[in-house]
Write a protein that binds this ligand. Structure first.
Ligand SMILES: [Zn+2]
Length: 277
């Protein structure tokens, strides 16, 4: 249980019988429900429990879901993309970003696959992954990623009482290996962030950085934590000997890799084709 460090004092005066905090869970839409359901099914199929953190998302994709991953230094606004067809799939992710972001990207791309989305998906920007989208498939993939990385049962078990403070949000983010803002969004979606606007302001103002430094909370032991810039591009062992690997070995500047996957979704198929069957 994550303890909140701020105790709300009862207010004296008006309407003392009313609850101090009125907060209602937002009613999730159809696509949010679809993504969350697919994530619960995926957790069961991949041997994850109903509440615990995903230890290593790379292992989940590469070994457990048998989805090869290419991590590369991509332009800053690009989070990743996925291609699937003819019984094969390939996930790209921007490996130059902080591990918590890459974890969310990989979970989102796995969501596209597990939700059965077709090959004509756009490249995912960080804006899309932060929820700025009305595309049903993106809403589903974001809901999938949220439930896969921060299962509702696990979040509720940690913060089932009290008002979450910035410390609570940081501890939650660390526990599940996500960014501070992703943890806050999750709390809000589940109706657990009574002080959402205030907490969002604090995170936007960078106040969480000091909290991370002070608490230094343990995070999941994800291989992404040990990934260095010089390790990029990094391909899954399953595709290490492919034509794609050979190409990247010879010409692996960030611009060239970005050109290879393209900002047009159709080019992802070309890159995937280089992996071979
Ligand atoms: Zn997407």
């Amino acid at each position: 249980m994550i303890q909140s460090s701020v105790v709300t004092q009862p207010r004296v005066g008006a309407n003392p019988g009313a609850p101090l905090v009125r907060h209602h869970a937002r009613v999730p839409g159809k696509d949010t429900n679809i993504g969350a359901k697919r994530a619960r099914e995926a957790r069961a199929a991949l041997g994850l429990g109903t509440a615990e953190p995903v230890p290593c998302i790379l292992t989940t994709l590469e070994r457990d879901a048998a989805v090869p991953v290419a991590l590369a230094a991509l332009p800053a606004q690009i989070a990743g993309c996925v291609w699937s067809g003819a019984g094969r799939a390939l996930v790209w992710a921007n490996g130059a970003q902080p591990p918590a972001r890459v974890r969310f990207t990989l979970a989102h791309e796995l969501g596209h696959l597990r939700c059965g989305h077709d090959a004509h998906l756009a490249i995912d920007s960080f804006e899309t992954l932060s929820g700025v989208t009305s595309d049903a498939r993106e809403v589903q993939a974001n809901a999938f990623a949220a439930e896969l990385l921060m299962p509702a049962a696990g979040v509720r078990a940690l913060v089932d009482s009290g008002e979450p403070t910035l410390e609570t949000v940081v501890l939650l983010a660390a526990h599940f290996g996500v960014s501070t803002i992703a943890a806050l969004y999750r709390l809000n979606t589940l109706g657990l962030a009574a002080r959402y606007a205030r907490l969002k302001e604090e995170i936007d103002g960078g106040l969480h950085v000091e909290v991370w430094e002070r608490l230094d909370p343990p995070r999941p032991d994800d291989a992404l934590e040990r990934l260095r810039a010089e390790d990029l591009p990094r391909l899954s062992p399953a595709i290490a000997g492919s034509a794609l690997a050979a190409l990247l070995d010879g010409a692996a500047s960030a611009d060239e890799v970005a050109a290879l996957i393209g900002c047009e979704a159709g080019l992802v198929a070309r890159a995937a084709g280089l992996v071979g069957a």
